[in-house]
Design a protein around this ligand. Structure first.
Ligand code: NAG
Length: 381
């Protein structure tokens, strides 16, 4: 059986495979942002190439039919350089702009962040291995992939600053609410959570040994247009439209499960705020020169919503009644609720979520219907 977390409410983004009218688009979502000023551009290229070497190998093998002709060569290089160069107006109040390497740039959060960065005039180099769906060994991308990237960053001169995605799932069995960054995170309830917790500790060691500037973001159930099809709100939408029953899990003693759903645009603001406030890495050529920032922030919405409420909001926007199949959650299941304390992010990043679940799902449903081409009364593809 797949981890319940995936079926119910993945607290964080992951890899997805989207089926659309016969076509298949693979997207990856494990990401990391490396930010530097313009002058660090070439260092970033090094990082990009090293970090993605293995990914590119499998990417070329599996996707050559579609993509081989579209990368490599002078034209491709020019496009990448143009994309990587910041284009803020000279003397702009927001500064000169950054060049940001976004890994998992075709995934949910990665794609939204890349677009937002370009929109405000920053440069973006996106890398993605376009792999098929979640690897049941997130261990590979969440641990080995992260270390590969950190190795490349620590050796770069100058070193970039790193903003990466951790997860609210690290709170695991913590039952103090709302979840604060200082609460214990040593009781993961899934392997996925354990790999994210490992990431927090691995990045800490790179910060300590090499002076890399690190910001880890604990995302709370991110949703919205272009989201992950395996998440509950997404599969509920599909099944409700198709007239299929949906499975609603309920916690012990008939307590409804709840999640602190966070709209993608709010998450993007938190990511960009992190990049803007990330202090510099201090090391050069693999040697630490002084202490560098190590930060962890919750990015949530601060208002948990129960599953029945989520379903009711979807029914309202879809104008279709759901066929609900309520099931007790097994004892080894995912955590019953999440609730973020976001004071730290508010104070240090200016993070202020602005979209409640009703407004966010309205936008999601609008996107879903236009993307999948559903017309009311017909079977949804
Ligand atoms: C939220 O976290 C801050 C520290 O970041 C803490 O001072 C505050 O008491 C917490 N709020 C609640 C309601 O737990």
């Amino acid at each position: 059986m797949r981890a319940l977390e995936d079926d119910l409410f993945p607290s964080t983004p992951g890899k997805v495979k989207i089926e659309r009218a016969g076509g298949t688009m693979n997207r990856q979502l494990h990401r990391c942002f490396a930010s530097t000023s313009t002058m660090f551009l070439w260092a970033l290229f090094l990082v990009a190439m090293t970090a993605s070497y293995l990914s590119f190998q499998s990417f070329v093998d599996t996707s050559s039919k579609y993509f081989a002709a579209s990368w490599g060569g002078l034209h491709w290089e020019r496009q990448i350089r143009a994309s990587a160069a910041p284009r803020r107006p000279p003397g702009s109040a927001a500064g000169a702009g950054m060049s940001v390497l976004v890994t998992g740039a075709s995934g949910f959060v990665g794609a939204h962040c890349s677009l937002a960065l370009r929109k405000r005039g920053d440069g973006v180099v996106g890398i993605d291995n376009f792999n098929a769906y979640y690897d049941p060994s997130y261990v590979h991308s969440n641990v080995a992939g992260l270390v590969t990237l950190l190795e490349a960053c620590k050796n770069a001169d100058p070193q970039p600053a790193i903003v990466w995605a951790s997860s609210s799932s690290v709170y695991g069995l913590n039952d103090k609410v709302p979840f604060s960054e200082s609460h214990r995170t040593d009781q993961p309830a899934s392997l996925y959570a354990a790999t994210k917790k490992a990431g927090e500790e691995i990045t800490h060691s790179y910060n300590h040994i090499y002076g890399l500037s690190i910001t880890g973001l604990r995302f709370f159930t991110v949703y919205g247009p272009w989201g992950r099809p395996d998440m509950a709100y997404f599969s509920f939408t599909r099944n409700i439209l198709q007239g299929k029953p949906i499975t609603v899990y309920r916690g012990k003693n008939h307590v409804d499960l709840a999640r602190d759903f966070t709209y993608i645009d709010d998450i993007v603001k938190g990511c960009l705020g992190s990049l803007d406030t990330a202090g510099r890495s201090t090391g050069t050529g693999g040697k630490k020169r002084g202490p560098a920032p190590y930060r962890i922030f919750n990015l949530g919405n601060t208002s948990p919503v129960t599953v029945p409420t989520l379903v009711a909001i979807l029914e309202k926007h879809l104008r279709v009644k759901a066929r609900k199949h309520v099931v007790e959650m097994p004892g080894n299941g995912d955590v019953p609720f999440t609730h973020a304390n976001i004071s730290l992010a508010r104070q240090q990043l200016g993070y202020k979520p602005a979209t409640n679940l009703d407004a966010g799902l309205k936008k999601f449903v609008k996107w879903y219907l236009s993307y999948y081409g559903y017309t009311r009364g017909s079977k949804n593809l």
